[in-house]
Unconditional design. Structure first.
Length: 727
């Protein structure tokens, strides 16, 4: 196999590695014979080779239904599946640009083995056999020298996760990193403690009053919820949007409250104070279904709107009026838990306060419902043995430091910090699937330090992203339009992700990679399927649904199981726990209590983060279509703040935090509080193999300081303070 220096490859060389080109995209891509043959057999295409193939989007984690439009055996367009509850016939900009990700000229289409220094971007191409043999040999060597716990595994949330878990738990490692602690740990742990479920479902069909605390729904991933919100606004619902930044959601809201960062908790405690003091709560629901109302009433006696006004910067009269309006809406009110509330060091009690607010107005069964969660349901699975017993502590501190964090969620930033510290033990290898911790974890320098401590880094991805750039072996995964994935039910429906085009180059599905690697590691019993189709057939076996039916329609109805009582909660008391005995036992505040969070010094700003609708975290910036739709990402700053620093629009500024410095162009805008700046995440890529995204914008991961909430394990991404000056 030839040597490949990815950093030196010209665009022409990269194109030669794959079967597809950008010009092929412009005219539509022929679907390759095996996929076309299967599509014809499944009656998806007519005699002219035209029709639709149903599958599922993976440009983000929301999994909208897609119908790939095929004309004379060419895929010409991706459309939303009208029968899918997430897409409802529509795809967002990212979903519509999916073909461009599949045909990205920077796709990695053969396994790569590092030949230069780690981080130099020098690789040679390798065969699958050579790459997998090398990975298996080195993983087994690490296991025999240091024990299975010396291998760390991390992955994004995706449909092939059960097989990834077989790989890591079958291998015998407890060390499992996900992205969740960088996103919504505070929300899910607060809900688990209050309602006994990670995230109750929200229903907008009857909602009359909505409070969105930093939940920028119109630029969020969950687009079906966005459309439910817009429908409810059209139907007359009032929306109060609380965020230091004027986002696109603020533009749709009835009222925008530019709250002081980190004081959402004070606002919600004052809401509870008014609702209880003015007896606006649902006494019948509270009496019958909740625990700890008296303790909450007593602890919120002093959290009046006047008290909260001094902290939040929102007038007491406004807080009181909103509380009264929310209380009057009663069961038709909804306080959204949000994600951005997970960005401050007090996000956990804030999330608890929001959960309590919902409970006391009795909206359960009207705007909030139990969620079914994600599980196999009535689907089958291939047989497999029990996992070996694992006695080593997890490096991310779950549960020994963070007893309330679910094992499947973890505390990723703590895992990275333990690697750097070498305690409680030193890991030696890291298998990273579809993940980019260089961009996602706070304090990028520390992540690079962790990489340098590894004897082995293996990554699996469709591009050489910033983390793959530091990898020893890069395994090329098939894109979502080129592969099958395991099935996961949605309610009583199951939807399929199936190939729309043949995998390019030598890219392979995760189902194939994990089985091949698992077999080399002596774990074949955990991967008892012949191929992807056999895996799905084993899943469908108990349902009696033929795969061809699922392929043809894209979805099928599952046999229903009997519904459970919606007024049962998996908490110790079986009730909604406003007061938590679990927290009390663990010596944490059993009800949310205000303590002053850290504040920026004079001359410093809160560094805020938040999504834009054109991109999914760190994974879509190299998509050439989305790149065109994205304005140059700049640092937002209020005019008064810019003036005080002698700065103007488009000035290049230097932004400095306690852990790093970046340079970026300035955007002077009225859409910010004067004490905050905002940087769009996902830019400032390190990998020169991302030739569209490389050199664009700056990364907030360079600036973020690691602050971990001791209860939920969530990273407080907006707790970093920065100084700004002209570069
Ligand atoms: S929200 Fe957009 S990117 Fe995400 S799955 Fe749906 S269409 Fe795809």
């Amino acid at each position: 196999m030839p040597k490949t220096d990815v950093s030196q490859l010209s665009r022409r060389s990269f194109l030669k590695l794959g079967a597809a080109t950008a010009s092929a995209l412009a005219v539509g891509q022929f679907i390759a014979p095996p996929v076309a043959r299967a599509a014809r057999q499944a009656h998806l295409l007519d005699s002219n080779g035209s029709g639709y193939i149903s599958t599922m989007c993976e440009m983000c984690v929301w999994r909208c239904g897609v119908r790939a439009k095929v004309v004379e055996e060419k895929v010409v367009k991706l459309e939303g599946n009208p029968d899918h509850p997430h897409s409802k016939g529509k795809l967002c900009a990212r979903g519509q640009s999916g073909l461009m990700t599949t045909y990205d000229p920077d796709r990695v289409l053969t396994p790569l083995i590092r030949v230069g220094k780690r981080g130099e971007g020098k690789f040679r191409q390798a065969s699958w056999d050579e790459a997998l043999d090398l990975v298996a040999e080195q993983m087994l060597s690490i296991k025999s020298k240091y024990g299975p716990e010396a291998m760390v595994f991390s992955s994004t949330h995706n449909l092939s996760q059960p097989l990834f878990e077989n790989l890591l738990y079958g291998f015998g490692s407890p060390n499992y990193g996900t992205q969740r602690s960088l996103c919504f740990n505070a929300m899910i742990v607060a809900n688990s403690i209050t309602y006994g479920m990670e995230e109750p479902a929200r229903d907008y069909s009857q909602v009359k009053y909505i409070i969105l605390t930093g939940r920028n729904l119109t630029e969020a991933i969950s687009t079906s919820e966005t459309s439910d919100l817009i429908d409810s606004i059209s139907g007359g619902a009032k929306v109060v949007y609380i965020d230091p930044r004027f986002t696109k959601t603020a533009s749709k809201a009835t009222e925008w409250l530019p709250i002081r960062p980190g004081t959402d908790l004070a606002f919600h405690l004052a809401m509870i104070n008014v609702i209880i003091a003015e007896k606006l709560y649902d006494a019948a629901f509270v009496d019958k279904y909740t625990l700890g109302f008296d303790q909450v009433a007593s602890l919120t006696m002093s959290t009046t709107p006047e008290w909260a006004a001094t902290l939040t910067g929102i007038e007491a009269g406004t807080i009181r009026r909103i509380a009264e309006e929310f209380g009057a809406a009663g069961k038709y009110a909804l306080a959204h838990n949000g994600w951005r509330t997970s960005n401050f060091i007090n996000s956990f009690p804030t999330e608890r306060a929001i959960s309590i607010l919902n409970a006391v107005v009795g909206n359960w069964g009207t705007t909030m419902f139990p969620s079914s969660g994600e599980g196999a349901g009535v689907l089958g699975s291939p047989p497999q043995p029990a996992y070996p017993r694992i006695s080593a502590q997890r490096l991310d501190g779950v549960p020994w430091m963070y007893p309330f964090v679910p094992l499947k969620i973890g505390v990723f930033q703590q895992l990275r910090d333990s690697i750097v510290a070498g305690t409680p033990y030193e890991p030696h290898g890291w298998f990273i699937s579809r993940q980019n911790p260089v961009q996602s974890l706070p304090d990028r320098q520390k992540t690079l330090e962790a990489f340098q401590k590894m004897d082995l880094i293996v990554t699996m991805d469709i591009l050489v992203n910033d983390t793959d750039w530091f990898s020893d072996v890069v395994l090329p995964e098939a894109s979502y339009l080129e592969r099958y994935d395991p099935l996961v039910p949605m309610g009583n429906q199951v939807y399929i992700r199936q190939p729309v085009i043949e995998p390019q180059g030598e890219a392979k599905s995760a189902l194939w990679v994990y089985k091949e690697l698992g077999t080399r590691l002596g774990l074949a019993d955990f991967f008892q399927y012949k191929d992807e189709v056999d895996y799905i057939n084993q899943q469908l076996a108990p349902t009696g649904i033929p795969l061809e039916t699922l392929r043809l329609h894209g979805n099928a109805t599952l046999p229903t199981s009997t519904g459970s009582d919606i007024y049962e909660w998996s908490t110790p008391s079986g009730k909604v726990e406003l007061f938590s005995s679990l927290l009390e036992k663990a010596k944490f505040d059993p009800v949310p209590i205000w303590t002053d969070p850290p504040q920026p010094k004079a001359g410093e700003f809160y560094l805020l983060t938040g999504k834009v609708g054109q991109h999914t975290q760190f994974g879509t910036q190299n998509n050439q279509l989305l790149h065109k739709y994205q304005d140059v990402p700049r640092l937002w700053m209020a005019p008064e703040a810019a003036k005080s620093l002698g700065l103007s629009d488009w000035d290049t500024v230097q932004v400095t935090s306690p852990v790093g410095t970046v340079q970026v162009a300035l955007q002077v805008t009225d859409a910010m509080r004067t004490d905050c700046v905002y940087l769009t995440p996902g830019f400032g890529h390190l990998s020169m193999a991302l030739r569209t995204a490389y050199g664009v914008g700056a990364s907030d991961s360079v600036l973020h300081v690691t602050y971990t909430d001791p209860i939920s394990g969530g990273q407080a991404l907006s707790q970093t303070f920065v100084s700004v000056k002209k570069a």
